[in-house]
Design a protein around this ligand. Structure first.
Ligand code: CAA
Length: 383
């Protein structure tokens, strides 16, 4: 067992940290305030190969390993959590199903533009009545005259308002439950496909979260991903990988909260001493650092297992990583505000933003309750 990063992974970590410190962190508060999509960040990340991290060079990807991917999302999120989730949803949720389940034609047509960041991607399974119950989809796709005709509305779609390509689930066989779902690729500009309401959120304000509306939207027959009826399994496979991305995002937010809290505690004088000299503060810092270290180990292990390509090996670990890292992130941001005291509750310091940004990591890509379900199902089946 080796707990050290490889030289290459260490270099990725240092480069991303420098990049996030220089370009992301200074603008994170402004993006949070304006809710503007950080195009500038995404353009730079595309040029750096961060929009197609693990995908082969033949599709213009960077062909890095999955641990490097987790490190990238962690370090970007440490600077700006909105940018972190944009990169994660794009890489993990849109590119992954095209890469793992797409035809060669689909990979050449879509993946090659998505990996460079020329196109942004989104993933739609959630609907108003299908959240944790991902098989409760009501959006339909009917094959008519050689075209799939889609009708329905997807909700809470990360990157929804900016995406050039959406991958979504729809019912192709009514009454067949999860076996009746299929997965489709839809391009922006297709008649009948539009972006609906943009959500006003608690945090990750620079990321775009919208509805996707399909109103007799016709797409070519070949735009199905995998075979009819495989949609649910493709969605679950995709989410296993996505959960590593969200664990890494949560980890980055938690690390930012610890960094801010430690620096502040050494500068803030009360009772004629820096507050870092008080045991009450030291214990909070110890708990934050311990949970972050544990979250990092779980996340990197999940990512390493994901690199083996065997779903059974990492589904449980991805859920454990997301569950633990998201809760650690919430705890770290909560304690950081406590250490900052009244200042922590104001917009003058970044910890209130970190607290708002952390909260979603316990919800999207599977709530903490669903993560416990996935973990317990896997553990019970191991006996
Ligand atoms: N990989 C592949 N197949 C899987 C799988 C996985 N990880 N998990 C389950 N399956 C298969 C099962 O083997 C089963 O196959 P068979 O029918 O052949 O036996 C089938 O899928 C159905 O499995 P379940 O009976 O376990 O399915 P379920 O309906 O009980 O649901 C669930 C399971 C875990 C609750 C699932 O619905 C789930 O993960 N829900 C959460 C959905 C979610 O994460 N949504 C997030 C939306 S995306 C998002 O948030 C993006 C964003 O904004 C950033």
């Amino acid at each position: 067992m080796d707990f050290n990063l490889t030289d290459e992974q260490q270099m990725v970590k240092e480069n991303c940290r420098r990049f996030a410190e220089k370009y992301l962190k200074p603008k994170a508060a402004e993006y949070d305030k304006t809710h503007e999509f950080p195009w500038e960040n995404i353009k730079m990340l595309g040029e750096m190969g961060m929009m197609g991290v693990v995908y082969p060079e033949k599709y213009n990807g960077s062909e890095m390993d999955y641990v490097s991917y987790a490190i990238i999302v962690e370090e970007l999120s440490r600077g700006c959590a909105s940018t972190g989730v944009i990169v994660s949803a794009h890489n993990s949720l849109c590119l992954s199903p095209i890469y793992y389940f797409g035809t060669e034609e689909q990979k050449n047509k879509y993946l090659s533009k998505l990996t460079t960041g020329e196109w942004i991607g989104c993933f739609g399974i959630t609907e108003s009545g299908a959240g944790s119950d991902a098989a409760g989809t009501t959006t339909t796709a009917e094959l008519k005259n050689g075209k799939w005709v889609l009708n329905g509305t997807k909700n809470f779609i990360t990157n929804g308002g900016v995406a050039h390509v959406a991958v979504v689930t729809a019912v192709t066989e009514k009454g067949a439950g999860h076996k009746g779902l299929s997965f489709f690729i839809i391009e922006k500009g297709t008649p009948g496909f539009s972006v609906g309401k943009t959500e006003e959120k608690l945090g990750i304000n620079a990321s775009s979260t919208t509805e996707l509306i399909f109103d007799n939207c016709e797409i070519p027959e070949e735009n199905i991903l995998g075979k009819p009826g495989e949609g649910f399994k493709i969605a679950m496979h995709t989410l296993d990988g996505g959960r590593i991305g969200i664990a890494a995002q949560a980890l980055g937010i938690a690390q930012a909260a610890l960094d801010e809290a430690v620096i502040y505690s050494k500068e803030r004088i009360q009772f004629k001493k820096p507050i870092s000299s008080f045991q009450a503060i030291q214990w909070m810092i110890a708990d934050m650092a311990t949970e972050i270290e544990a979250a990092r180990l779980l996340t990197y292990k999940g990512a390493a297992l994901m690199g083996t390509g065997e779903r059974r090996k990492y589904s449980k670990n991805a859920a454990m990583a997301k569950l633990f890292a998201s809760e650690a992130s919430h705890h770290a941001a909560h304690k950081a505000i406590q250490i900052f005291g009244g200042y922590g509750y104001t917009r003058e310091y970044p910890v209130e933003r970190l607290y708002r940004d952390a909260r979603i990591t316990e919800i999207y890509e599977g709530t903490s309750e669903i993560m416990r379900l996935v973990i317990s199902n896997n553990v019970i089946n191991e006996y």
